[in-house]
Design a binder for this molecule. Structure first.
Ligand code: NAD
Ligand code: 89V
Length: 361
């Protein structure tokens, strides 16, 4: 179904592929979004498929995505599988003319990602990457304050995620890949930096592994030069044991020409100007299906999926469209290249290269 034939509908029928750890959040959120109706589920693993069908009262269940798209002809498909299957599934959806949401990391390589964007463009179907972190209430509040010019023109920023939370029990595959924190979590933090400060042209990074029980890196420090003139630091760690575990909070510092902004622990947003200091509560809400500490992420899932329905209705391109996400993926790739070769990376040059460098496992 093309962008224009999807506009101005009351209800959109969706089908979800991948009923694993994170998909429950998608399904809970869809239930709360007016105009969204998930009619069918697919998972190659029958036990997971049937468990999700029972929990969410969805009866049309498939172990094969092509069979589901052929039989159901949904208005959109929500792909919540891990990255290895993304290109095949997005291209499958495009070949059926179905509007597509794809979880992050969008693709294994920049070339794959470009092919997926092209497939959806050629089929004239909308494509959104489920890049949800920028949709957290606190991150949106930071974006709104900067947009409103509350601290003047930003010139420096830091976007920081430091934790020792055990993500491996829920997502064991995270311990097994050659790459870990940049491709899984850094991708969100880099996307937040783009959301706040615009596209970056130069990346200088270093990475390391502290936890001996995993294969990939779990610490990354990244310096970005943005087109806007802002210089920012993106830092992330899953090896940081704090007296107050902050998972999954992202802390933010921005210095501007007329003041400073700080997103502090526990979602306190501090704005300081020559008129004084104000601290606002930017905490996410807690709906019955949400649970701490995940509620900030769960709220962002609700927000991004509501945005998707709004975009289908209006014909607008989603903020985190496939096209937009190519720029976030380029920063992931630039980070690994910079850390590996011990040099700064020109992002535009990297984008120009027909690169087969791996973005993700
Ligand atoms: P998971 O392994 O728990 O679930 C994936 C499911 O997809 C499995 O049940 C698997 O059987 C199924 N699957 C895989 N390929 C399939 C195919 N071709 N057809 C049908 N079913 C298929 O993974 P997860 O932890 O739920 O993660 C899924 C995605 O969500 C990942 O890309 C991950 O990075 C992302 N994620 C995002 C967030 C976030 O906040 N944005 C949080 C956690 C995970
Ligand atoms: O958002 C994610 O992709 C997750 C987590 C927040 C646990 O890192 O993997």
């Amino acid at each position: 179904m093309t962008v224009s034939t999807l506009q101005d509908r009351e209800t959109y029928n969706g089908a979800l592929i991948g009923c694993g750890f994170f998909a429950r959040n998608h399904l809970h959120a869809w239930r709360g979004i007016e105009g969204a109706n998930i009619v069918a589920l697919c998972d190659a693993d029958e036990a997971r498929l049937h468990a999700a069908g029972r929990e969410f009262g969805i009866e049309r269940l498939y172990t094969d995505a092509a069979a589901m798209l052929h039989a159901e002809r949904p208005d959109f498909v929500d792909i919540a599988t891990t990255v290895a299957s993304h290109r095949t599934l997005v291209e499958l959806a495009a070949s059926h003319g179905v509007a597509t949401i794809c979880q992050k990391p969008f693709a294994c390589t920049l070339d794959d990602a470009r092919a997926m964007v092209s497939a959806c463009k050629d089929a004239n179907v909308p494509l959104m990457v489920h890049e949800n972190f920028r949709w957290q209430s606190a991150i949106q509040a930071v974006g709104a304050a900067l947009q409103a010019g509350e601290i003047g023109t930003p010139f420096w920023g830091r976007v920081s995620f430091r934790s020792a939370f055990d993500v491996f029990s829920g997502q064991p595959y995270l311990a097994e890949g050659e790459r870990f924190i940049v491709e899984d979590l850094g991708i969100h933090v880099l996307d937040i930096a783009r959301f706040l400060f615009g596209d970056a042209t130069r990346v200088t990074a270093s990475t390391s592994r502290v936890n001996p029980g995993i294969k990939g890196e779990d610490v990354a420090t990244i310096m970005l030069c943005h087109e806007s003139g802002v210089n920012s630091i993106v830092d992330c760690s899953y090896a940081t044991c704090l007296p107050h575990e902050l998972f999954p909070q992202t802390l933010i510092e921005v210095d501007g020409s007329a003041g400073t902004l700080r997103l502090l622990a526990d979602y306190r947003l501090q704005i300081h100007t020559r008129n004084g200091t104000e601290v606002r509560d930017a905490a996410p809400s807690m709906l019955p299906w949400m649970s701490s500490p995940w509620h900030a992420i769960q709220g962002s899932v609700l927000n991004i999926q509501s945005h998707w329905i709004g975009c289908l209705r209006s014909g607008r391109e989603p903020a985190t469209s496939g096209r937009d996400n190519l720029r976030t993926l380029a920063l992931v790739e630039a980070t690994y290249l910079s850390a590996r070769e011990g040099r700064s990376v020109d992002v535009r040059e990297l984008e120009r290269m027909a690169s087969q460098t791996k973005v993700a496992q």
